[in-house]
Design a protein around this ligand. Structure first.
Ligand SMILES: *Cc1c(COP(=O)(O)O)cnc(C)c1O
Length: 423
């Protein structure tokens, strides 16, 4: 059955997938085909029931097929699926986002995280009249031409860590520094200060595995931007509503000018958002001269799923519980690794964690690349065989959801223990 699906998929879809990370290139073996998902479980067409810690690469913080989200979408479907006319729900969504993240004075909805970042970059360039964007190696900002330079996520698995089809001009407008390396940022500012429109950064880098900002890193980026008249953009597509009911920008030492969101705020349907200072956001069309549009932007189904997800998160406030579960699981994996004599580092924050086979948590992409990814691949396949699904790459972050309970934690800890002891 799966072999058949694989050959049919490969015949008509490039690489057999609609997004590269799904192809299992970083871990080898045949990719999965999903039949359905429920709560913490992903079910595959070859009959596997997997405890899912990939969770669609992040959106499914309530677990799969949440009843409230489903009900909201069902009700929305009955009213029609797209109008290209503004709805009250879109206003509620913007109100909710800006209540939860006060620096979002105005918000525009788009269709994906990629679109959100693309809009943020154009807005930064339009508002400053400058061309260059500074990013960090190993950070992923969607598949925008200029951002596919030393990027994380699926791009990290490609040898050149970059993409063909990106012109030299586009690449030249992107300055790249190692994450957590302020000297490198300062050197780039010293050379290009008057050309830099913005720094775009994942305030907690989660697309090269999880890499924490060192103390003062984000605050110093803020100062450098202020001194040079550049904007600071936090790409929170993955961190938004992940660590608390709000964004990393709420809890951090530096306030960005613009924030991009996606993933969780769509509750598993396609969405993205960009928001920030009102004087900047008003540069967007139709009031301003920075053009941005979308036939399906603010789509009623996506907004319904997103609102239902956010309201449930606000009501449950599950962040402390999930983060305690993450801490518990990671502690047990560390104990197992120690018993097995294996070097391991498991950075974690809130509902996210990632396992590196090296002795210390990495601080940048080079250090990430020094971890033992062959070991990761072996452990990954043992875990899948034991019924645990991790994101299929050593460069992605794992998540727990509201639905991952104590019994599942035990099951996961035991599977990790066996997988590490088999090394
Ligand atoms: C996932 C992600 C994106 C891209 O979002 P898509 O919805 O996949 O286009 C951008 N930035 C960050 C930080 C992400 O994690």
């Amino acid at each position: 059955m799966n072999d058949q699906l694989l050959s049919r998929a490969r015949a008509v879809i490039p690489g057999g997938v609609n997004s590269p990370a799904r192809a299992f290139k970083s871990v080898g073996g045949n990719p999965l085909f999903a039949s359905h998902a429920q709560g913490p479980y992903l079910y595959t067409t070859d009959g596997r029931k997997l405890i899912d810690t990939c969770l669609s690469f992040g959106p499914m913080i309530l677990g799969h097929a949440d009843e409230e989200v489903q009900e909201a979408v069902k009700q929305a479907v009955e009213r029609g699926t797209s109008y290209a006319v503004t709805t009250e729900a879109e206003i509620e969504m913007a109100e909710l986002l800006s209540e939860a993240i006060p620096m979002l004075q105005k918000v525009r909805l788009v269709n994906s995280g990629t679109e959100a970042v693309m809009t943020a970059l154009r807005l930064a360039r339009g508002a400053t009249g400058r061309s260059k964007i500074l990013k960090f190696s190993g950070c992923y900002h969607g598949h925008i031409d200029s951002m596919l330079v030393q990027a994380g996520s699926g791009v990290a698995g490609i040898a050149s860590a970059s993409s063909a089809g990106v012109t030299e001009e586009q690449a030249n407008d992107t300055l790249v520094a190692p994450y957590n390396n302020l000297d490198a940022v300062k050197a780039l500012f010293a050379e290009h200060a008057s050309d830099i429109a913005a720094i775009v950064v994942e305030p907690l880098a989660a697309n090269m595995g999880l890499v924490m900002p060192t103390p003062g890193f984000l605050r110093e980026l803020r100062h450098l931007c202020d001194d040079a008249g550049a904007l600071l953009i936090f790409d929170e597509v993955i961190t938004g509503f992940r660590l608390e009911f709000g964004a990393y920008a709420n809890m951090c030492c530096a306030t960005p000018d613009l924030v991009t969101l996606g993933k969780i705020i769509g509750g598993g349907l396609p969405i993205g958002a960009i928001g920030g200072r009102v004087d900047l956001m008003d540069h967007l069309a139709p009031d301003g001269d920075v053009y941005q549009a979308g036939t399906l932007s603010g789509n009623p189904l996506c907004v319904a799923a997103g609102l239902a997800t956010l309201r449930k998160l606000q009501r449950l406030d599950p962040y402390k519980d999930i983060s305690d579960n993450v801490e518990d699981l990671c502690g047990r994996i560390e104990d197992s690794a120690e018993d097995a004599g294996i070097d391991i580092a498991i950075p974690r924050d809130g509902t996210m964690f990632s396992v590196f086979f090296r002795d210390e948590a990495p601080q940048n992409f080079n250090e990430v690349m020094e971890s033992d990814s062959e070991r990761f691949v072996r452990v990954f396949h043992r875990l899948v065989d034991a019924g645990i699904y991790l994101p299929p790459s050593p460069f992605e972050t794992s998540f727990l959801s509201v639905m991952h309970d104590d019994a599942l934690l035990d099951q996961m800890a035991e599977a990790w223990d066996a997988a590490l002891k088999a090394e």
